[in-house]
Structures are given as structure tokens and as C-alpha cells.
Design a protein around this ligand. Structure first.
Ligand SMILES: Cc1cc2nc3c(=O)[nH]c(=O)nc-3n(C[C@H](O)[C@H](O)[C@H](O)COP(=O)(O)OP(=O)(O)OC[C@H]3O[C@@H](n4cnc5c(N)ncnc54)[C@H](O)[C@@H]3O)c2cc1C
Length: 210
């Protein structure tokens, strides 16, 4: 089925890179309106003190897709969808705020009483992020250990998983990331597979740091 945003009120759930792609595509397909909703608070205009150099700076960013228009909402939790004749028509949401962190280090989220609102929605695009690779099937079948976020456990010296002869690299190991990391990890892991099989490798390591 061909899904198009043409003449539709589009709501994109998730304010990351994938959400940005959805916003741009919706505009180019001729959406009536495009609203992007992010659960987390709007990042600061300048680099956040929580991400000093050399960490990737947490700060507010706009892509060329955002420059095409639309509304960006932050600190909004979607409660439920309302529909007519089997089709979504409206999204019900509430504003939230984040307080002290809990034991796991995640800030506690609190709904702001009386801040409930609705948005017209003919098309809802879920861009809420990659959580971890699918466990059922291959990963559970092999009995591979996972890290605290559900990714395949393997450190970046050997790329070896908990099962001898099985290696992991890229998003399934480090979590959702970037193509450059996938390329780099793929090369490094290939080298470590060579070492595992041959005892040594003529493949050059390009790793700048561990
Ligand atoms: C919408 C979107 C936009 C993005 N935009 C950017 C961007 O602009 N710039 C950027 O740098 N990164 C971007 N990323 C992230 C980037 O795509 C990933 O970081 C990168 O593709 C990770 O590469 P990978 O090889 O680790 O995993 P993947 O590219 O996900 O490749 C994994 C492959 O394994 C296959 N597979 C899964 N299970 C099995 C199995 N059991 N057997 C065999 N094969 C299997 C899958 O079908 C898939 O082809 C984006 C991601 C998304 C989703």
C-alpha cells in the first residue's frame, strides 16, 4: 500500500534524525500540516554542560527538513489516538516535565495537570527510535548476552560476543548510531575475526581510540 502525506495533517512522533526525515518527506509530498512531537525537553541553544568536549554536544538543532516548515513540540507525551471509521483523526497528548533522576539515572517524568491538548492527525508516523535489535530468533537462539540496553554484549577490542566464534558490530552492538560508526566497527570486527581464525591479521586497524 502506498502511504502518502498529501493533503493530510501529519504528526511525527519522535524528534530525532528519523523524525526529521519524516518531516521533510511529508512536506515534499504536500502535507496539509506537519507537527513533530518529542517526549524530551527542547535541548538548549548552546552546548549543554552535560556534554562537554569531546562528547557530541547536546544542543538544539534544525535540519534542512525542519527549515521547510511545520511545528515542533517538545516535552509532550502522547496518551492515545482518536479515530473515525477505522482511521486516526486526532491525537490526545499532555505536556510533561522532567525532574530528579531515578536509581537508573533516568530523569523522572511528570505530567503537567491541565495541560492536555489534541492535534488533528490523518497520518501518524512513529519515529521513536531504535531500541535494540530483535531478540527473538537469532540472538536468543544463539544465547548471546546483551548489555543493559538490550544490545549484543561485545567490547570494542575483540568485538567477540559471549559465544565463541560470534562477533557483533554496528547498531546491534552499540545501539542506534551513525553510518560512519557502522563502517568503522565493521572493519575492526572483520580484523578481529581474521585474528580469531588465523591468529594474526594483515588488515590494518584504523581505530583512532578504543
Ligand atoms: C530512518 C533512518 C535515518 C537514518 N539517517 C542517518 C543519517 O542520515 N546518517 C547516518 O550516519 N546514519 C543514519 N541512520 C543510522 C544508520 O542507518 C545506521 O547507524 C546504520 O545503518 C547501521 O548499520 P549496521 O550495518 O550496523 O545496521 P543496519 O544498516 O541496520 O544493517 C543490518 C542488516 O542486517 C539485516 N539482518 C537483520 N537480521 C538478520 C538476520 N537474522 N540475518 C541476516 N541479516 C539480518 C537487516 O535486514 C539489515 O540489512 C539512520 C537510520 C534510520 C533508521
Amino acid at each position: 500500500m502506498n502511504i502518502s502525506a498529501r493533503d493530510k495533517h501529519v504528526v511525527v512522533l519522535g524528534g530525532g534524525d528519523t523524525g526529521s526525515d519524516c518531516v521533510g518527506t511529508s512536506h515534499r509530498q504536500g502535507a496539509k500540516s506537519v507537527t513533530s512531537i518529542e517526549l524530551l525537553e527542547r535541548p538548549p541553544e548552546e552546548r549543554s554542560p552535560t556534554t562537554p568536549w569531546p562528547l557530541w554536544p547536546l544542543m538544539f538543532r534544525s535540519s534542512s527538513s525542519h527549515d521547510e516548515g511545520g511545528t515542533r513540540e517538545y516535552a509532550v507525551l502522547t496518551r492515545y489516538f482518536e479515530g473515525e471509521n477505522g482511521r486516526v483523526k486526532r491525537l490526545h497528548a499532555v505536556r510533561v516535565q522532567f525532574g530528579e533522576s531515578d536509581e537508573s539515572g533516568r530523569p523522572k517524568m511528570e505530567e503537567l495537570q491541565g495541560s492536555e491538548f489534541t492535534i488533528d492527525a490523518d497520518l501518524v508516523l512513529l519515529a521513536m527510535g531504535f531500541v535494540h535489535p530483535v531478540h527473538e530468533g537469532l540472538l536468543d537462539g544463539l544465547g548471546l548476552q546483551k548489555d543493559g540496553r538490550g544490545n549484543v554484549q561485545a567490547e570494542t577490542t575483540s568485538y567477540a560476543t559471549s559465544e565463541p566464534g560470534f562477533f557483533a558490530a554496528g547498531d546491534c552492538r552499540r545501539g542506534q548510531s551513525l553510518v560512519v560508526w557502522a563502517i568503522s566497527e565493521g572493519r575492526e570486527a572483520a580484523r578481529m575475526v581474521d585474528v580469531y581464525l588465523e591468529g594474526d591479521s594483515s588488515l590494518q586497524s584504523k581505530r583512532a581510540y578504543i
